[in-house]
Design a protein around this ligand. Structure first.
Ligand code: SAH
Length: 231
């Protein structure tokens, strides 16, 4: 089985990179990087895909077209929208939406990309598998299966965060997942997004995000290794 693991930033992928056997590296544009590796019997492609929706779509497309993985897992950090989520908790994304898409003056729903779609789903089996793996590995943290809102904005405002939560019923906010799921849907590929909460998308988010980025990203190492051990 060939598994792709994608993050936006190098910090998010680092804990996983440290425990795999690296074979080959490709740089493609800035900041994309694709690293072929092995872990036990699994072939891996680890990808730093860059921040934001466009980078995520480009890197996911390249991953699929060039490396053709069986499964794609996106890991990274996110701001909490659901008030029950605290720093270090995990969201397994059952689906994702674009909170910054607005073609409502032409009669489309908020978040709807014209003639394309509005809600982008992850693979149901992988969502279930990773819910269980996360719960087994992180006994002291909340693991929520929920919705992620993505957009090309770092949200650091309670008012904006509340608007996104109310408008889209989203649990967490970040900048890549919806375009990742969108791309996987077009290619008919299986994938899942896992996000660790780094901030609350409020007025303290610009302080919390860099403070907790490395610490919460550590959680993905055991989760990914548990999954690879089971496949
Ligand atoms: N590494 C850069 C920019 C980080 S942008 C720097 O610090 O200069 C924020 C990244 O974290 C994005 O990849 C996004 O997916 C995620 N993220 C975490 N909290 C977020 C929030 N409150 N709003 C939007 N994205 C957030």
């Amino acid at each position: 089985m060939k598994v792709a693991i994608v993050s936006a930033m190098p910090e998010e992928l680092k804990p996983v990179l440290e425990v795999v056997n690296i074979k080959k590296e490709e740089k493609f544009g800035i900041p994309q990087k694709f690293i072929e590796a092995k872990y036990k019997d699994n072939d891996l492609v680890l990808c730093v895909g860059g921040i934001g929706k466009v980078n995520a779509a480009i890197s996911t497309t390249r991953l699929i077209e060039k490396y053709n993985p069986d499964v794609l897992i996106m890991i990274g950090v996110a701001g909490a929208l659901n008030p029950s989520l605290k720093i270090g908790d995990i969201v397994v994304a059952k689906d994702a939406v674009y909170h910054d898409v607005d073609v409502t003056p032409l009669g489309y729903k908020i978040g709807e990309v014209p003639e394309t779609g509005i809600i982008w789903k992850g693979d149901e089996d992988l969502v279930k598998d990773f819910e269980n793996i996360c719960k087994e590995n992180l006994k002291d943290k909340k693991v929520l299966v929920g919705r992620i809102a993505s957009g090309d904005q770092f949200v650091a405002s309670k008012d904006k965060a509340n608007w996104i939560r109310e408008t889209f019923q989203a649990d967490a906010i970040e900048m890549e997942s919806a375009s990742f799921y969108h791309t996987l849907n077009l290619y008919g590929k299986k994938g899942v997004v896992l996000r660790a909460i780094s901030d609350s998308a409020d007025e303290e988010a610009n302080i919390d995000f860099p403070t907790f980025l490395n610490e919460v990203s550590q959680k993905f190492r055991d989760i990914i290794l548990s999954y690879l051990d089971k496949t």
